[in-house]
Design a protein around this ligand. Structure first.
Ligand SMILES: Nc1ncnc2c1ncn2[C@@H]1O[C@H](COP(=O)(O)OP(=O)(O)OP(=O)(O)O)[C@@H](O)[C@H]1O
Ligand SMILES: [Mg+2]
Length: 660
């Protein structure tokens, strides 16, 4: 088979024409469309002309340009009515199962309708693609060829010199050294049936992804269930990892893993991201499990966060409400700030009340069985008058164990009438009063309430051994270039949603703070699986996910989101998305949503019809049009080897002092 390199000329433009892939002539053309006369024999010689395939058309009289076309469907030839009659007559004259007569030449001709994608030409010796045609000649009868192999690779991996320069510039700003890295992620595929155009004798054309298209950008991975979205995400994670290793740059990646498939090797796929990158992947879960860090916080240390967690869980449960429970849920554990107070006296008074409230809250937690940190002491100041009445021998300011604090509050409550000040004011604030009610299981009227027992079922959400906020810990892993996998397959959905938001908000805030102080924030790529569960379609623009989609680039945060429904994506996120990889969609509504973007409309028939796994239509920032690609299957073993090699090479370069 002749390939692009064997064509009659070897220049970049002529290289696009493969003479033995001739499929016909353009017989009609305008700025948008071209109609092609083709013939069964030519189509066969060119290994078929599937719908959506690329064609190139050139004129022997004008060798300065080649028009790029995409087949969108059949076209009827004016003489077809007559030949149709002849074809039908020929069929009628045959007996059942009788071999066909040799077809008459006329009946072998047919028409193809194409969309004009642009014009390839040369400038300064470089191949360029204009996104239209400058002029067309009605009678020119351009020759049309179906490109494959190297010629097709040139077409699908084409990047304009301007984009290449801009990308090179971006790469330098991103800290990438050397050439702009790009990675093979699949091969061109036009149709579900691919015996001819991807058969044994065909040369496949590899499609590459440019790393800079993904960093600090937004990418959508769309398609029905089991069509290869997660596989694509795994490919992207590995592309980014290799970019990081090869460029010596730290790129943090965080995966919102709703099904636990990145954290755990599943039986079908053998090999998870965690297994492929054992030194770089850190797994988090909401429920303790070997090999996993806890996404949770220590309720004794992250007081506000712990209380927010309890609030979410209680509100989502069927706990009977009473006045104390309502008051507990609406409590606020924010520490008083000096600037919000009138004077020092006021501030000190508020701080005293706050410390007592926290002390009472910690005592409630301990009573409900939340394990306190080792040697944990509860301390709060109390005025000497009250202190001496409750128990002369005990000063809560010096620190009490949770049990001692419980006894102290019990004693205080027993004599509370005596503790009322001369002016009739209570000795404690209203929040502390509610917490003591919960602790002692009695409301203000002395009736029984469940109190601290309501908190008992949620003990698993408290991480006793954690000393720092989990968000800080995750951010520092990301800064360190690690892959953080949040296994969200277990745990309460309310907590899942809250934590997901809180973590990404923390990443955004921390990175924006770096940006605002003139520093370069770390590179972070956030992958969200089953995005419709995490990113609300109707979220206000000020909420975190739409904010990241709009402003994440400044903070060097990229988002990759995977979902089955195009229509479930927040409209502002979708319209800010630079890269889209879409496989099979099962209804016209979803197709219509997608067809609003780029030239996805060309693929409406094949997207709804072909259910093949990994068969994606891909538009990236650098590519000027949508390219149909069969995504490679993520191969854990191969990936381990690649990573090993990339590291070896990097170490070798470092040890020989080569430029990194
Ligand atoms: N490009 C591919 N080539 C071959 N097999 C693939 C490819 N992509 C995915 N698969 C296989 O197809 C199955 C489904 O893939 P995957 O889990 O990626 O789909 P999904 O779209 O994420 O599905 P879900 O909606 O259930 O999350 C898996 O067993 C996977 O190994
Ligand atoms: Mg999936």
């Amino acid at each position: 088979m002749q390939n692009a390199n064997q064509s009659k000329n070897t220049g970049p433009l002529e290289g696009l024409i493969q003479e033995d892939h001739f499929v016909g002539w353009v017989y009609q053309m305008d700025y948008e469309h071209a109609l092609i006369l083709t013939n069964d024999a030519w189509k066969l010689a060119a290994k078929g002309v599937p719908q959506n395939c690329f064609l190139v058309a050139g004129s022997p009289q004008n060798q300065d340009e080649i028009v790029l076309l995409r087949v969108t469907g059949p076209a009827s030839l004016a003489a077809e009515d007559k030949t149709m009659q002849a074809k039908i007559e020929s069929c009628k004259s045959r007996k059942a199962n009788q071999a066909a007569h040799a077809a008459r030449d006329d009946s072998q001709f047919g028409g193809l309708q194409c969309r004009v994608l642009g014009t390839f030409y040369l400038r300064d010796g470089k191949l360029r693609l204009g996104s239209d045609i400058e002029s067309y000649s009605t009678g020119a009868q351009l020759e049309v060829y179906r490109p494959s192999g190297a010629a097709l690779e040139t077409i699908v991996n084409y990047i304009s010199p301007e984009r290449a320069t801009a990308a090179g510039e971006e790469a330098r700003m991103l800290g990438l050294k050397g050439d702009m890295p790009r990675f093979a992620i699949g091969t061109v595929r036009y149709a579900s049936t691919d015996i001819m155009h991807r058969g044994d004798a065909s040369e496949l054309a590899t499609f590459h992804l440019n790393a800079v298209d993904f960093l600090a950008r937004r990418t959508a991975v769309l398609g029905m269930t089991r069509t290869g979205k997660s596989n694509t995400v795994k490919q992207l994670v590995s592309v980014v990892k290799r970019t990081a290793i090869e460029s010596g740059m730290k790129i943090g990646q965080i995966i919102y893993d709703l099904n636990g498939e990145y954290a755990n090797a599943n039986q079908q796929d053998k090999g998870s991201i965690a297994e492929v990158y054992p030194e770089d992947a850190i797994r988090y879960r909401m429920i303790p499990a070997p090999g996993f860090e806890l996404i949770l916080n220590n309720f004794y240390r992250q007081i506000e966060e712990g209380h927010n967690t309890l609030r979410g869980l209680i509100e989502a449960s069927k706990v009977p409400r009473n006045a104390d429970m309502d008051a507990f849920l609406s409590m606020d554990f924010q520490e008083p700030r000096r600037e919000d107070c009138n004077n020092d006296f006021d501030y000190n008074r508020q701080m005293e009340q706050y410390r007592m409230k926290v002390g009472a809250y910690h005592t409630v937690l301990a009573r409900a069985g939340y394990e306190p940190p080792p040697d944990f002491k509860i301390s709060f100041e109390i005025n000497p008058g009250v202190r001496n009445k409750v128990n002369r021998a005990v000063d809560p300011a010096t620190g009490l164990t949770p049990n001692e604090a419980y006894e102290w509050f019990q004693s205080a409550r027993a004599i509370q009438e005596e503790l009322i000040t001369a002016k009739g004011a209570s000795w404690i604030g209203p929040d502390s009063n509610v917490l003591i009610n919960m602790l002692l299981q009695k409301n203000d009227q002395g009736s029984y309430i469940s109190g601290f027992r309501v908190l008992q079922p949620f003990r698993d959400y408290h991480a006793p051994s954690r000393t720092t906020d989990v968000c800080d810990e995750i951010y520092s892993h990301l800064k360190d270039g690690k892959i953080v996998i949040l296994d969200l397959s277990v745990g309460h959905p309310v907590q899942r949603e809250r934590l997901s938001k809180r973590i990404v908000q923390h990443i955004f805030n921390s990175s924006m703070a770096e940006f605002n102080t003139g520093n370069y924030p770390p590179h972070v790529v956030v992958y969200v699986e089953e995005a419709h569960n995490i990113i609300g379609k109707n979220a206000a623009l000020s909420e975190i996910w739409p904010t990241i989609a709009k402003e994440g680039a400044k903070a060097r945060i990229a988002i990759v989101y995977a979902t089955q429904e195009v229509s479930s994506i927040h409209p502002n996120i979708l319209s800010n998305t630079e890269n889209i990889l879409a496989s099979h969609l099962n209804n016209q509504n979803e197709i219509n949503e997608l067809a609003k973007y780029y030239d996805f409309r060309d693929f409406e028939v094949s997207l709804i019809r072909s259910q093949d796994v990994g068969f994606a239509r891909v538009k990236t920032l650098s590519n000027p049009f949508v390219i149909p690609v069969q995504i490679d299957k993520f191969d854990p073993e191969k990936e381990k080897q690649r990573v090993g090699k990339a590291r070896q090479l990097k170490n070798h370069q470092a040890s020989t002092g080569a430029r990194t």
